[in-house]
Design a protein around this ligand. Sequence first.
Ligand code: HEM
Length: 251
Amino acid sequence: MGTAKSFSVRRFSYRRIIEHWLYAAVFMALVITGLAQKFYFLDASKRLIMGLGGIDSVRLIHRLAGVLLIYLTAQNILAGLCGVMLKKWKPNMIIRKKDFTDAVEDLRYYFGATEAPASCGRYSYKQKFEYWGILTGAVLMMATGLVLWFPAFAASYLPGEVIPAAKALHSNHALLIFLIISVWHIYNSIFSPEVFPLDTSMITGYISRKRMVEEHPLELAEMEGAGESVHAGKNVPPFNPGSDETGMKTS
Ligand code: HEM
């Protein structure tokens, strides 16, 4: 008889979990202190600014959180590159042709043209879209944030128009990122029928084997040594109790 844990699979290491929640905290601090400046005329912003000790401390908190965002993003990119180059991890986040065909296959499934959704590996095309959207968005926010922070330095190397352009980009992209995270990410981790009331994999590090079968069948098949023929709901290989602890690399 297997324990409850033996029916789940280790998906994320503690390092990844800590990194995720640090990123979330820094992101929230940036959104709150940034949007309070953008919408300074709203009562809620005024209360927040006064509560945090005035506009100077809000700007200071925003910049300090910005430095933390730069650190977290840089270490994520470096760790990913080193992990792949040292062959510790597979380059699972790289966008491949299969991601486009998976998206089409899923659309066909949603319209009732096929019986099963696309079979995904460690990260589905939706998860890759979200990761690269957030990463490129963070890089844009960091570049424009640094221009706003050091305008004289930026203007000594770049045309002066870069400063108002950086301001417009930073300010409007902030709203876009906030909407993407609050609609897309929160829906996928809380309200999506597959995970409701909460996807706990970023808290416990584990995901149920049932979800692996439905959402990451190719990775499960690889983990359990069953080749690449497993499809969601069909031809599911028997569970190997050792695989939840040792069977996968948690990148
Ligand atoms: C997801 C990340 C970020 C979000 C959502 C965000 C959001 C915002 C928003 C909404 C504003 C107000 C713009 C306006 O007045 O129209 C702002 C201003 C600013 N942000 Fe960011 N920001 C982010 C990252 C950063 C980073 C990484 C840095 C620096 C490295 C930075 C530095 C600044 C600076 C210097 C200002 C001008 C206000 C001031 O002088 O403090 N931001 N940010």
